[in-house]
Design a protein around this ligand. Structure first.
Ligand code: NDP
Length: 419
């Protein structure tokens, strides 16, 4: 029996909330708090009558730490699930510390305005120290390790599918199939088609900042950085077919490089169609992906934020997206002295997700794990004071729950490799 305080009610949040309401035996009470309260109230109205979970709603700007602290303290939840945007992670962690709540999020912190004089020097120093230049990295949040430990609170970072499930797949492979993992290739395939020439399947601003940033991967103890979308390959995905895949920087590489002993290389690949890449390049060339504000008729406008307003809301893609996602990890390493390979993956159908919770599979594959991670933290199975990533916990209860709550996984002991 747990109380969960959920911040954010967008594409991912709506799925996590719907799944909590299916899991009333654990989540007896949830509070949905977000910037636009009417969205929380609309979802509450849709779910009430179909669940025994008690739902309350609240308006909050999560950047207002004192106000958020009061709300969390009054509600006294077993955990706070942050499914707002990565910009709010630090503020929400501060509020959790002040209010005495455990914390879960789905994406790595990044400062909203990287050109802000308060952030820029930290960002530039960090690029030099770490060896990669994506806007996001875990260092800001890992710095809270001692504070959470001292407070006796658990924080689990990056709790969606990738990062999230891919971290747990890695821990599970290590626990049950390998003595040592040397290589991990994470493959994220969205074989879905929404019929638009260009749309992103989660928050457009965060998605485009991620995809257009330089690519980096981990090899022999350091980062190798190369231009965005400069390495392309092809992979034949089960139930989807052959797709172009592109090497990208991604959140989970950072923690897996530290937490998987014996690791030599970690790469992350994502599928993109020609239409997406051509639109993105064109938008980048004309300056629409810029995060630097411009003056327009006396108003400050951030180009990428304007673009977000023009693009379809990812939460509206559910009814028109057909096809499947196939996301997983290929591992190579050693077991009892023998070289071996293994793939663990999940296939999710966009229309089945839509029929169940009214969302496309990208929100579904993120929101379902977010609910499961929250359950494990809230019911105490993943209680470990400090700040951690998902591979630092026992993977077994998570893997058991993943199939049960809608994302069954497959083990392939002779997988095709990325060429
Ligand atoms: P949306 O834009 O659809 O939703 C974001 C929600 O956060 C909205 O309800 C928004 O409110 C709310 N919000 C934004 N700013 C604030 C604020 N200052 N205070 C309170 N609420 C705020 O995003 P998605 O649902 O697509 O993505 C949510 C998160 O999931 C992102 O961090 C994204 O990076 C992550 N993600 C993780 C994945 C994974 O596998 N790990 C995959 C996909 C996404 P409003 O309605 O007013 O805009």
């Amino acid at each position: 029996m747990a109380k969960l305080f959920i911040i954010g009610c967008g594409g991912v949040g709506s799925v996590a909330i719907s799944k909590c309401c299916q899991n009333s035996a654990v989540f007896t009470d949830i509070c949905i708090a977000s910037r636009t309260k009417s969205k929380c109230d609309a979802l509450k109205a849709k779910l009430e009558g179909k669940t025994s979970t008690r739902i309350t709603t609240a308006q909050i700007d999560a950047m207002d730490v004192p106000a958020l602290t009061v709300l969390i303290r009054e509600y006294a939840p077993d955990a706070v699930l942050n499914v707002a945007l990565p910009y709010q992670n630090i503020a929400i962690m501060d509020a959790c510390l002040a209010a005495g709540a455990n914390y879960i999020d789905t994406a790595t912190f990044e400062p909203e305005d990287i050109n802000d004089p308060a952030w820029r020097p930290i960002y530039e120093k960090r690029c030099k120290d770490l060896g990669f230049s994506a806007y996001f990295d875990y260092s800001w949040q890992w710095a809270y390790q001692e504070k959470f430990k001292e407070a006796g609170l658990t924080a689990v970072l990056g709790c969606g599918f990738d990062p999230g499930v891919t971290n747990v797949f890695s821990a599970y492979a290590l626990k049950h199939y390998f003595d040592e993992i040397n290589n991990i290739d994470i493959l994220d395939c969205n074989g879905g088609d929404h019929g638009y020439p260009f749309a992103t399947n989660f928050n457009p601003e965060i998605n485009l900042r991620e995809v257009s940033s330089p690519c980096s991967y981990w090899e022999n103890g350091h980062w190798v950085e190369i231009p965005a979308m400069s390495v392309k390959s092809e992979y034949d995905f089960e139930q989807v077919g052959k797709k172009d895949i592109y090497l990208m920087h991604h959140n989970e590489i950072e923690s897996l490089a530290i937490n998987i002993p014996g690791i030599e290389r970690i790469r992350f690949y994502m599928t993109f169609g020609n239409s997406y890449l051509t639109h993105m390049k064109c938008l980048e060339n004309v300056g629409m992906l810029s995060t630097i504000p411009i003056d327009y008729q006396g108003q400050k406008i951030v180009p990428i934020q304007l673009l977000k307003e023009l693009l379809p809301d990812p939460a509206s893609l559910g009814p028109r997206t057909f096809g499947k996602t196939n996301i997983g990890c290929i591992f190579t390493g050693k077991k009892e002295g023998e070289e071996k390979a293994l793939k663990i993956y999940n296939i999710c159908d966009h229309q089945e997700s839509y029929r169940e919770v009214g969302s496309q599979a990208i929100s579904y594959t993120t929101g379902v794990p977010a609910m499961i991670f929250s359950m494990l933290v809230a019911d105490g199975r993943w209680k470990k004071p400090g700040v951690y990533n998902a591979e630092q916990f026992d993977p077994d209860p998570f893997m058991e729950a993943l199939g049960e709550w809608g994302l069954p996984w497959v083990i392939d002991e002779s997988p095709a490799m990325v060429v």
